[in-house]
Design a protein around this ligand. Structure first.
Ligand code: SF4
Ligand code: MG
Length: 325
């Protein structure tokens, strides 16, 4: 297995400014020390409630937001240190698909123009070659070349997401960060788009970082999953291991909300008390302690680190910490 992406201790903080002088009065730690590796050809899921930092993680990897610290190594290069020209070349290899395809497609442009744009920006081919490529890609995502002269509003939500996916594919990327690509769609359409993405993964040999807000959407799609809470990864495992043996109390709660078709294993729904604390005012100790049903005294002072509990499973929780040697 080859590593295509390695994220080391990624931190993305946003300053909180106060008063007339706009002095920095603290930081929102949107991403606070996130590390993971993604293998070539794999689907790596990042799951957590809104505000947990998963979108910021995705955007920081692509340098759409400049991270405060840490490394993002894509195919051996630390992209946080590249100059603009090198970054521009790299942008072809890493693309993003956003949650809301309507907001991400220019309403004033015809689909033909929307799809041609990345080719133009990167100086690809002649007018005719670009046209052919655009026609080819629109069919690849299940639409028709006769629809190219329409505007985004003339399509349904699912079709718009197909267009956004086609645009992401124009430059033959290696990695796609999919930021909740089906969350805004009707449930009946969601599986169509997921199936399309799965087919494309094969034919284009893609690697996905797939961001989702619950564990049900990615259940059949991901190979490995990281669960995020307040800017940190609290658990990371192979899909099988995570779904059958969740360890972190937060993952257990998230998983208890996933409908379980197995009559042998009815799970009780775990309802978490309280709200997610503001990332501007991070709890001391374990970030989850204010809502954790298992919290002990030390959870309020000591921050657990993400520790390997078996070869394919890591968790950040004092309940699983190996005893000090
Ligand atoms: Fe809960 Fe403590 Fe584990 Fe945090 S470290 S998840 S508060 S038991
Ligand atoms: Mg988001």
């Amino acid at each position: 297995q080859t590593t295509i992406l390695e994220v080391n201790e990624l931190r993305t903080y946003f300053p909180i400014r106060k008063g007339i002088l706009q002095r920095t009065a603290g930081y929102v730690k949107a991403v606070d020390g996130v590390s993971f590796r993604v293998n070539k050809g794999e689907v790596f899921g990042i799951v957590g409630e809104s505000g947990c930092g998963k979108s910021t993680t995705g955007r920081s990897i692509l340098q759409l937001i400049k991270p405060t610290g840490g490394e993002v190594i894509f195919e051996g290069q630390d992209v946080t240190r590249l100059n603009e020209e090198a970054m521009r070349r790299l942008r072809r290899d890493m693309q993003i698909v956003f949650q809301d395809p309507f907001a991400s497609l220019n309403p004033r442009h015809k689909v033909s123009k929307i799809l041609e744009e990345p080719l133009l920006v990167h100086g690809f081919g002649t007018v005719r070659e670009r046209r052919e490529k655009v026609a080819e890609l629109i069919e690849t995502v299940g639409l028709n070349a006769s629809q190219l002269e329409r505007y985004p509003h003339q399509f349904s939500g699912g079709q718009r997401q197909r267009i956004a996916i086609a645009r992401a594919l124009m430059l033959r990327p290696k990695l796609i960060i999919a930021d909740e690509p089906v969350s805004a769609l009707d449930v009946s359409i969601q599986s169509q788009i997921l199936n399309l993405m799965q087919d494309l993964q094969q034919s284009f040999q893609l690697t996905y970082v797939f961001i989702a807000h619950d564990l049900s959407v990615i259940k059949h799609f991901c190979d490995r999953v990281a669960v995020m809470y307040l800017g940190q990864i609290v658990e990371m495992a192979d899909k099988e291991s995570l779904y059958s043996e969740p360890r972190h109390p937060y993952t257990k709660a998230l998983l208890s909300a996933v409908p379980n078709p197995d009559p042998e294993g009815p799970r009780e729904r775990i309802i978490l008390e309280g709200e997610v604390p503001s990332p501007a005012n991070m709890p001391q100790g374990c970030v989850f302690h204010t809502r954790c049903p298992m919290a002990e005294e030390r959870c309020r002072h000591e921050r657990p680190v993400l520790e390997q509990t078996s070869h394919n499973h890591a968790v950040a929780c004092h309940l699983y910490a190996s005893p000090a040697v």
